[in-house]
Design a protein around this ligand. Structure first.
Ligand SMILES: Nc1ncnc2c1ncn2[C@@H]1O[C@H](COP(=O)(O)OP(=O)(O)OP(=O)(O)O)[C@@H](O)[C@H]1O
Ligand SMILES: [Mg+2]
Length: 259
């Protein structure tokens, strides 16, 4: 947990978020609370607003209405350095794994520890402080990648690179991990392992983890809660054992089929 987090505040509270792009209302006033120690999977068809929701949650995108509170802090009320500091409570893992290819796995993870630095500055730092390296090595160990610490990130397999990206998020010591399609590029075995890792970060480390997935079976097997999204609204928000197969199917019915 980051130092600024008040233990009583839920890690992420989204209330009534609306977002439109031109005529296209992408989020129609959605609310959710993400708790410590839980893995929440978000399912929904292409274009239903999952990535937009994730971006609004950490204010990489400004919603038109509604609020996002990260560890009790309303991001809309913050600017500049205080916004950057508050945002550190959330680490974002994208589908396109953004590792610096020519740098080692360890150096990439060190950049997570230095999230308050701009990427340019952290990359120009030739020697990371010992304390940062130690923390990065621990993070690599946590995701089972310590033996690849010195391998250049560009030569890692997709599954290995995704683990390093998660190690970097872990090293940031955030309270919340938001992962946008973290397993879409992975083979079934690697996808399974990365989901186990995300669940373990929630259950053993007490992090609050939200993962956008396109694999309902992985969501049902690994998540503590499953959120179904359709057309910018939440269709359901339930425990996996409460979700009926028809509810999953309905998420992926295209508009022209439903008409
Ligand atoms: N910056 C933008 N400008 C205009 N439209 C946008 C912008 N970002 C997203 N959209 C639109 O908003 C809708 C939701 O996009 P979003 O990326 O949130 O979908 P998604 O649920 O993540 O889909 P996918 O499963 O394909 O990743 C889409 O119709 C998309 O075209
Ligand atoms: Mg998306």
């Amino acid at each position: 947990m980051g130092s600024g987090a008040a233990a009583a505040d839920p890690p992420l509270v989204i209330e009534g978020i609306r977002k439109r792009f031109g005529e296209n209302e992408v989020l129609g006033g959605v609310s959710l609370t993400l708790r410590r120690g839980e893995l929440l999977a978000v399912l929904g068809g292409n274009g239903c607003g999952k990535s937009t929701l994730l971006r609004c949650a950490v204010r990489l995108l400004d919603p038109d209405a509604g609020s996002a509170r990260l560890c009790g802090q309303d991001l809309a009320a913050l600017r500049g350095r205080s916004l950057r500091m508050a945002r550190r409570e959330a680490a974002v893992v994208f589908q396109q794994i953004a590792l610096v290819k020519q740098r080692s796995a360890l150096e990439n993870v060190c950049c997570g520890a230095l999230a308050q630095m701009s990427l340019g500055r952290s990359l120009s730092t030739t020697a990371f402080p010992t304390e940062v390296r130690d923390r990065a090595a621990m993070a690599l160990q946590r995701v089972g990648m310590l033996d690849k610490a010195w391998q250049r990130a560009g030569t890692l397999s997709g599954g290995q690179a995704q683990r390093v990206a998660i190690a970097r998020a872990y090293c940031q010591q955030a309270t919340v991990i938001l992962a946008d399609e973290p397993v879409s590029a992975l083979d079934p075995r690697a996808a399974e392992e990365v989901m186990e890792l995300l669940a373990d970060l929630a259950h053993s480390d007490g992090l609050a983890v939200l993962a956008v997935l396109h694999q309902p079976e992985l969501a049902l097997r690994h998540a503590d809660r499953v959120l179904g999204m359709r057309l910018g609204a939440f269709a359901f928000d339930k425990r996996p054992d409460e979700v009926a197969p028809e509810e999953i199917e309905a998420l992926y019915v295209h508009l022209h089929e439903a008409a």
